[in-house]
Unconditional design. Structure first.
Lengths: 118, 111
């Protein structure tokens, strides 16, 4: 397994409270991603990072913020959790794609965090 | 909307049979990837096919890509009960770097 851990693995919180999920990698990959997985929607990209302090929005970024102060850590914050943010959250990592070198962007996933917002 | 859309949503077959899953996408791609997810686990990368490739094999997996139809298929031959999982296609757009996942096909292989 790629060296990716997520914490916490399970969390139950109340509407309106802040929540931070942590993703930690030991692979030194440049790219890191946060997805949410909901029935019928597959995985939807929330935010991603292409380097320390370099982040960009995905398709469902509203209500979420991220930070990456070190290569190995990528934090996802729900500033004020809502019930619609109840989901399973996955972190993923990948190398930088390099067509000339034949490096593609296969992603390696963490085990997931199940978040319930009551 | 999803870049990748899988078909069928669910598939139930007997052990030893072949399983075919299809994926359609909407824009120009650099590559298309297939992932597997066991219940309660993260996704695991299975195979990647580049936009200039038409077919690729890996063990019991065969992937085809038709860029003119913006579609791909994943064939698992001689299926086993252990192949029971959800399978996702993921299209990496030519514009930008984002990889968009489909909603997945749930495969159940009966022993």
């Amino acid at each position: 397994d790629a060296g990716i851990t997520q914490s916490p693995r399970h969390k139950v919180t109340e509407t309106g409270t802040p929540v931070t999920l942590r993703c930690h990698q030991t692979e030194n990959h440049r790219y890191m991603y946060w997805y949410r997985q909901d029935p019928g929607h597959g995985l939807r990209l929330i935010h991603y990072s292409y380097g320390v302090k370099d982040t960009d929005k995905g398709e469902v970024s509203d209500g979420y913020s991220v930070s990456r102060s070190k290569t190995e850590d990528f934090l996802l914050t729900l500033e004020s959790a809502t019930s619609s943010q109840t989901s399973v959250y996955f972190c993923a990592i990948s190398k930088s794609p390099d067509r000339e070198a034949g490096v593609t962007n296969e992603q390696f996933f963490g085990p997931g965090t199940r978040l319930t917002v009551l | 909307s999803q870049q990748g859309e899988e078909d069928p949503q669910a598939l139930s077959i007997q052990e030893g049979e072949n399983a075919t899953m299809n994926c359609s996408y909407k824009t120009s791609i650099n590559n298309l990837q297939w992932y597997r997810q066991n219940s309660g686990r993260g996704l695991v990368h299975l195979i990647l096919i580049r936009s200039n490739e038409r077919e690729k094999h890996s063990g019991r997996l065969r992937v085809t890509l038709d860029t003119s139809k913006k579609s791909s298929s994943l064939l698992i031959t001689a299926s086993r009960a252990a192949d029971t999982a959800s399978y996702f296609c993921a299209a990496q757009s030519r514009e930008g770097f984002k990889t968009i996942f489909g909603a997945g096909t749930r495969l159940f292989v009966k022993a």
